[in-house]
Design a protein around this ligand. Structure first.
Ligand code: ZN
Length: 87
């Protein structure tokens, strides 16, 4: 694991200072750690699946909306056509 477990200080990649990363939490979930000196993000814990899942949901919703807009009129048209045929 880590070579020095007692010292949790790290070198900030932005300002080069030895620091303890400060936890930034959002709604009880650790979002990222930042350098207390220059406030730059040291580690980002936000999952990349979050936005892509939402995007996928939007695509599914829009896709089903288009399906309803195309399939439903087609079925109504087909129903009318069959009704005319067997009248
Ligand atoms: Zn820093």
């Amino acid at each position: 694991m880590k070579p020095d477990n007692h010292d949790d200080r790290v070198i900030c990649p932005t300002c080069g200072k030895r620091m303890v990363p400060r936890l930034i939490t959002y709604q009880g979930i650790v979002e990222r750690t930042v350098c207390p000196f220059c406030a730059q993000t040291y580690q980002d814990f936000t999952p990349p699946e979050g936005p892509s899942f939402l995007r996928r949901l939007v695509i599914v919703v829009i896709g089903s909306w288009f399906a309803v807009r195309i399939v439903l009129p087609l079925m109504i048209w087909l129903g009318n056509w069959l009704a005319d045929l067997f009248r």
